[in-house]
Write a protein that binds this ligand. Sequence first.
Ligand code: ZN
Length: 211
Amino acid sequence: MTDDPALSGLSGTIVHDEIVPARAPWLHHVRAGETLRIVDVEGNQAVDFLIYAAADDAERYSAQDTVAAQGNLFLRKGTVLLSNEGNPMMTITGSAVDYHDTIGGACSCESNTLRYGHHTKHQHACVENFLEANHWEGRGKRDMVPNINFFMNVPVMDDGTLGIVDGISAPGLTVDLRAEMDVIVVVSNCPQINNPCNAFNPTPVRMIVAA
Ligand SMILES: [Zn+2]
């Protein structure tokens, strides 16, 4: 056994363990019953996240169905991530962070120019990462849907305004997701440098799969 703290509490055999560099895309197939652990290695790093059913990628994560079913906007330990067909795709079985976002969306070159000015147009963004990773398996723009932002803090104010504020994560914190069906996980390790979601400094994250 190892004394690596990132593996603590994970049961079963480690079948995958990979560092996703800062700003990079990632795609991995996770089988039903396996647990994916995401480690926020250096802290305050948003992990933009999509899920597709491996059997038929027309079935994919649905933020609306997930939020409606649990009657709450935030994703926490116990949240069941539902598909557009109402089926459980993954369950958050553990989280060292109080909650995660699924309403803030993914950053794009276009939204960056609107929010932060035309000089940001050249900057890499999550939508480009999602498109690149999905392209490896033949998916494209039509397959982009509202995503999850693990480790990202998007509070909702009393008047309904969304904030993108300082992260509530910290170095080494983790979130665990058990696959409820065979799924394809697509990630953008968010490259955003114009707001505090990555503490203005994108950093690597670690993906561990236990079977
Ligand atoms: Zn982003």
